[in-house]
Structure formats: structure tokens, C-alpha cells
Design a protein around this ligand. Structure first.
Ligand code: ADP
Ligand code: MG
Length: 397
């Protein structure tokens, strides 16, 4: 997704006020009625509608008049709100080139006043599902956009909280700089994803380091859950940095064994294929700790001594709660189960993608209900009361 930040410069205070009003309105409405935007924004000199038109022109909003006239934020609009906030905080001053495109994120270089370059990760959970939301299925249309924003925000907060806590425990991760909405700012890793590395001076050492990280994570009560050659960076000195944490789970998760084995397996398979390494049962230590392995040299989760307090205590410090973890785990579980079931059975008529999408959305609707604020959504009166409270809160601030 192209991010034309030049537009940022031309946006006025009123533009941002109205954009923020739409974001606030989305707490109660998938499509925010224009009058509500006007009430929340309460511009000193009026003109909300003109501003809305301008924001629409720049694709920061989406206009929908299917049920009633209203607006919702686009991802670009959400990007701008996060970027503006972080720029105001002095975290960075400019946005540069795109350095990564994931299935559910976009990564850009940003620079601060001193010229230090950092990485900005914009989470886009459910991006693949947007197509399905747009389809005619009526039952999918309930406030989905807000929920995607909500999940993306949660993913960013989780990533930030984990990165910070892992860094404090001496894990090789980027430095977590700041976080706002669906956006995480971290230090730029010098190096390349392992998948791009064709040759290593010391493949055995790199391999041992990487397996050592998986084991040490488990000792801290954690499993990465997406630990593979795409999420491990290597620099010219063959130093390893691990990235990408929104899907991490606790070792007490019901599928912990499967996740752990899968992470380990990815690494073993990659090193065996790319660097022709072979493995056998191990009796000596893995990274200083005594860990049993199976016949193929893979460490066993059950033999690792774990401390499980890590998740609760240290993550809460960044504002990431147990409840947030439950919500995001539900979403991830749903995706994985859907992945598995669409492997088993042929998709009927809409192809693999839409099958997956539908799964996301279905699961996502159940998550959605977990957000307290949304439980009132079907109740018009409560909704009106909340709209009123929102307007009052904004006006008194
Ligand atoms: P996704 O969740 O979409 O997989 P990742 O966090 O794995 O996102 O990032 C995608 C790609 O962006 C990575 O493979 C890497 O090439 C690049 N990238 C991510 N974070 C950084 C960083 N801190 N420094 C340098 N490159 C990064
Ligand atoms: Mg990744």
C-alpha cells in the first residue's frame, strides 16, 4: 500500500479534528453518520461537510450511503492519525521508503530529527478479509471495519509490549521505541531476513543460537508461533535478531506443544535444506541449559523448565492486559483452525482466499463482542447515550 505522506503537510487542524471525530464515532458505529461527525468535531467556524469532502478526496475516509449517509476511516486515514500523533510526540519527523510488506503489515523507514533511521510497522490485521467485508454477505457487515482497526491496534500494542519485555530480558530483538494505534516504531535492524541469506560462515553457530532462542523463550514461558526464516534477521557479522511478535503465546496455551514443535521444525527444515545440515539426538546442553531432545535432535517442550509469570507482570507495564491477550489469541486460533480445515476440505466455489476470509470474519465477530464498548451496539438508546457522552467528552477537553 502506497503511503503518500505529502498529503499530511496539507491537512489543516480542522481536517485532523474531523478525521479524529470519525475515529471516535467508529466506537459506536461502523459507518458514522455525518451529523454525528459534525457534533463530535464541533468546529469553531463550522464547515464539517467541506472538510469531509476533502478527506474523502485524499482517501482517508470511505463514504457509505447504503443505509444512511456516513463515513468510516480507511487504513490510510488510520495511518495518518497514528503518524500525526507520533510526529507530534517528536518520535520521528519524516517517512521514507517501504522496506517490508507482510500479509498483515506494511513496514517503512522513518527518521527523527538527528537523522536516525527507524522502522515503522503499520499493522493491517484482516487486510485480506476486507474483500469479504465488501461482498454482499449482509451478516458480515456489522461494524467490521472498526473491529479490524481494533484488532490491528491490539496487535501493535502486543508487539510493542513483547518487544520491550523481551529486550529487557536480553533477547536479541529490535529496540521498541514507541507505539500508537496500529503503529509500532522500533530500531532498524541492519541485515536481511534469513530467507535471503544463501551462505553463512558459521551455519552451525547461527543454528545453535536460533534454537537457543526458542528454548530460552520457552524458559520464559513464551512461544513465538511464527519463528521461521522470514522473522529472523541476520547481519554481516551473522548476528541474529528476531522480529514479528503479535502472535506469541504462553507455554500454558492449550496448543503450546504444537506451536513449539512447529517453530522448532521450521528452523530444522530450513537449515537442513539451505545449509545441508543433519541432526541427531543430543545429550549435551543447548545454549547452556539442559534440554532433552528427540531422536532427530529437536528440543522437547516438556523438558524445559519454565517460568510463566512473564506474560502477566511485564507486559501489563506497557498497557497490554491479560484480556487483550485472550482477544488476540482467539483471533489467531481461529485463523489457524480455518487454515487447517481448508486444507482438509475443498472450498466450494469461491476459492481458498474467500474461505479463509470468511473464517476470519466469523471468528472476528465473536471477538468483537469481547470488547466491552461494543456490547451495546445493537441497542439504539444506549448507542445514542454513548454518542452524547462522546460529544460531551470531546467538548470539555
Ligand atoms: P509481518 O508480520 O507482516 O510478517 P514483519 O515484522 O515480519 O511483518 O516484517 C516484515 C518484513 O519487514 C521483515 O521480513 C523485514 O524484512 C522487514 N522488517 C521488519 N521489521 C524490521 C526492522 N526492525 N528492521 C529492518 N527490517 C524490518
Ligand atoms: Mg513476519
Amino acid at each position: 500500500m502506497k503511503l503518500n505522506v505529502d498529503v499530511l503537510r496539507y491537512l489543516s487542524k480542522d481536517d485532523f479534528r474531523v478525521l479524529t471525530a470519525v475515529e471516535m464515532g467508529m466506537r459506536n458505529h461502523e459507518i458514522v453518520p455525518s451529523e454525528l461527525v459534525d457534533r463530535i468535531a464541533s468546529l469553531k467556524h463550522g464547515g464539517t461537510y467541506k472538510v469531509l469532502k476533502n478527506l474523502l478526496k485524499h482517501k482517508l475516509l470511505h463514504h457509505d450511503s447504503s443505509k444512511y449517509d456516513g463515513f468510516r476511516l480507511t487504513y490510510l486515514g488510520y495511518d495518518f492519525l497514528a503518524i500525526k500523533t507520533l510526529v507530534n510526540r517528536g518520535v520521528f519527523t519524516s517517512v521514507g521508503r517501504q522496506i517490508g510488506v507482510g500479509k498483515e503489515s506494511d513496514i517503512f523507514e522513518v527518521a527523527n530529527e538527528d537523522g536516525t533511521i527507524m522502522a515503522m510497522k503499520l499493522h493491517r490485521l484482516g487486510r485480506v478479509s476486507f474483500r469479504a467485508v465488501k461482498s454482499k454477505r449482509d451478516y458480515l457487515r456489522h461494524r467490521s471495519s472498526y473491529s479490524w482497526l481494533y484488532l490491528s491496534r491490539l496487535a501493535a500494542l502486543k508487539e510493542f509490549a513483547f518487544m520491550k519485555a523481551l529486550e529487557e530480558h536480553g533477547f536479541p530483538v529490535p529496540n521498541a521505541v514507541d507505539c500508537n494505534r496500529h503503529c509500532v516504531i522500533m530500531s532498524l535492524v541492519q541485515g536481511y531476513p534469513l530467507v535471503q541469506v544463501k551462505q553463512l560462515q558459521n551455519p552451525e553457530i547461527v543454528f545453535e543460537t536460533i534454537i537457543g532462542i526458542v528454548v530460552r523463550l520457552a524458559e520464559h514461558g513464551l512461544i513465538h508461533c511464527d519463528f521461521n526464516e522470514f522473522n529472523i534477521m541476520i547481519d554481516d557479522d551473522e548476528k541474529v535478531t528476531m522480529i514479528d511478535f503479535p502472535q506469541m503465546v504462553s507455554v500454558s496455551h492449550r496448543n503450546a506443544q504444537m506451536y513449539f514443535d512447529r517453530d522448532v521444525d521450521c528452523i530444522f527444515k530450513f537449515f537442513s535444506k539451505r545449509f545441508n545440515m543433519s541432526f541427531q539426538e543430543k545429550t549435551e546442553d543447548v545454549d547452556g541449559s539442559q534440554v532433552d531432545t528427540d531422536d532427530n535432535g529437536r528440543p522437547c517442550l516438556s523438558s524445559i523448565e519454565k517460568t510463566t509469570s512473564f506474560l502477566d507482570k511485564e507486559l501489563a507495564a506497557s498497557g497490554f492486559t491479560r484480556k487483550d491477550q485472550d482477544v488476540i489469541e482467539k483471533f489467531i486460533d481461529g485463523e489457524i483452525e480455518e487454515d487447517q480445515s481448508s486444507d482438509d476440505e475443498e472450498t466450494v466455489d469461491e476459492g481458498h482466499n474467500s474461505e479463509l476470509n470468511e473464517g476470519n470474519i466469523r471468528d472476528f465477530n465473536s471477538i468483537h463482542l469481547l470488547d466491552q464498548r461494543d456490547q451495546t451496539l445493537n441497542c439504539d438508546q444506549k448507542c445514542e447515550e454513548e454518542d452524547q457522552q462522546l460529544c460531551e467528552a470531546v467538548q470539555s477537553s
